[in-house]
Design a protein around this ligand. Structure first.
Ligand SMILES: Nc1ncnc2c1ncn2[C@@H]1O[C@H](COP(=O)(O)OP(=O)(O)OP(=O)(O)O)[C@@H](O)[C@H]1O
Ligand SMILES: [Mg+2]
Length: 436
């Protein structure tokens, strides 16, 4: 029997993870039999090489190997593709056609994304699995075929069964042996190995020096969640290989290529690490929320000022710091110095820009001009109350955030300010303000 190492070499499979080795070993073991095999695993884990291994190590190796992506064939034509059709079976069926099950007689059919098969096709497939029989679309003649079926899925089949989207009897028939490939995040030891292999492949492909990762980058690479598994890792290696001039890749550069770093939590294996990462993550989220709330509060303040004075340029002059804080470098001048910037009474007409939309949402209660002064005062009063409430809870959160950061950095203001994204001077002012 061919060894796992030799098989990996033959099929270009990289890695030494025990889960991967076990899957390959199982594929080698079942290959001489005609047992149906179901390969499971997340998207991009390398399921596609398993049926090839099974076929090429089996007595069917000189027969055909047909791979069918069940998810890519329209529901209306899949029966005809798989089982063939008779002339005149449907509009456009101008001649008799044989399907994959007939063509692969004596060989292997790989049904990729088998969970996507329509229920009617599942019935036909069950029949092939049970006694090798099938009927062409539009025919009544039963035909026989001798095909080995290997299927793969990246969806939870039990979920599909529960939702009546997949027949339970077919599932058990298909999965006489199940080979499951572990996700990349569970093959920590292989991640850097795979990356180096891909980096070296892309370096030769694009005729550039090979990119190298710093220790910190390797750590980040191994900690990342890799939802797209090896496919995603290869894409990242390719992008970096093409785009980065500096071939020494530091963690910050790498981070830019790893989307949803926030989705990393489940990737961490050891519980302690998980806990501390969760805490950090929560605090980052907390800070983002805090920043958003603070911006919103500033916007409200601006809106109120605008409504009170009705003079945009005065408000802009008095609140330059707030405007800069909210809009940063974006061209906010146009928003506030626009000569016909809507006055409170005009705000009910739909504004064009999204920033103006913000103002409209906040200003909706005031869209009708107040009939008398006291009513107007009431409305302003109400708005100010809300604002005050939010400012209070904001203060609490800000206080907590600053306290935590100072604790974490053993009262070193510089480090805490850096983490909080504010200047040391602002932090000093806050410490005084909150009496910390
Ligand atoms: N161990 C590995 N060594 C080298 N390349 C690998 C390995 N595993 C996967 N790959 C490569 O990663 C890519 C994705 O693998 P594959 O297409 O087999 O994923 P899959 O499990 O079929 O995913 P999907 O469910 O999305 O179809 C392929 O280009 C494959 O060659
Ligand atoms: Mg696939």
């Amino acid at each position: 029997m061919e060894s796992v190492q030799a098989t990996k070499q033959r099929f270009g499979i990289i890695g030494n993870d025990p889960g991967l080795n076990r899957a390959i070993e199982k594929a080698i073991q079942v290959s001489p039999t005609d047992i149906s095999v179901l390969i499971t695993g997340e998207s991009g884990v390398g399921k596609e090489s398993i049926p090839k291994i099974i076929h090429s190590l089996s007595h069917r190796k000189h027969g055909k190997f047909i791979a069918v992506n069940c998810g890519a064939i329209p529901e209306g034509t899949i029966d005809s593709e798989l089982f063939g059709h008779e002339k005149g079976a449907f509009t456009g069926a101008t001649s008799t056609r044989s399907g994959y099950f007939e063509e692969a007689d004596g060989g292997t059919i790989f049904l990729d994304e088998v969970g996507e098969l329509p229920l009617t096709t599942q019935v036909r497939l069950l029949r092939v699995l049970e006694n090798g029989e099938f009927i062409k679309v539009g025919s009544s003649k039963v035909q026989k075929t001798n095909v080995r079926i290997v299927a793969a899925t990246n969806v939870q089949m039990f979920e599909a069964i529960k939702k009546n989207k997949f027949r339970e009897d077919l599932y058990y028939r298909l999965s006489t042996v199940e080979i499951s490939l572990p996700p990349l995040r569970e093959r920590k030891g292989d991640i850097h190995l795979l990356f180096r292999k891909f980096a070296s492949d892309f370096a030769s492909k694009y005729k550039m020096p090979t990119i190298r990762l710093t220790d910190e980058s390797i750590f980040l690479l191994e900690k990342y969640h890799w939802n797209g598994n090896i496919r995603q890792l290869r894409n990242v290696a390719e992008q970096i290989s093409v785009l980065e001039e500096n071939r020494n890749i530091v963690a910050n550069t790498l981070r830019g290529y790893l989307p949803n770093m926030g989705g990393n939590l489940p990737a961490i294996i050891d519980d302690k690490e998980k806990e501390s990462d969760f805490k950090n993550e929560r605090e980052i989220l907390y800070k983002v929320l805090f920043d958003m709330k603070s911006d919103l509060s500033d916007l409200k303040k601006l809106t109120l000022e605008l409504m009170k004075s009705g003079n945009a340029s005065d408000v802009q002059k008095d609140n330059e710091h707030l405007i800069n804080k909210i809009y940063g470098d974006s061209p906010h001048e146009t928003l506030l110095t626009e000569p016909d910037f809507p006055k409170p009474a005009q705000l009910s007409t739909p504004p064009e820009s999204s920033k103006e939309e913000y103002l409209q949402i906040e200003a909706t209660p005031y869209s009708e001009p107040p009939s008398d002064a006291s009513q107007k005062d009431d409305k302003y009063h109400f708005a100010e109350e809300i604002e005050e409430e939010e400012t209070l809870s904001l203060h609490d959160k800000e206080l907590e955030l600053i306290k935590k950061s100072l604790e974490r950095h053993k009262n070193k203001r510089k480090a805490a300010a850096e983490e909080l994204g504010i200047s040391e001077r602002t932090l000093y002012r806050k410490i005084k303000q909150f009496d910390l």
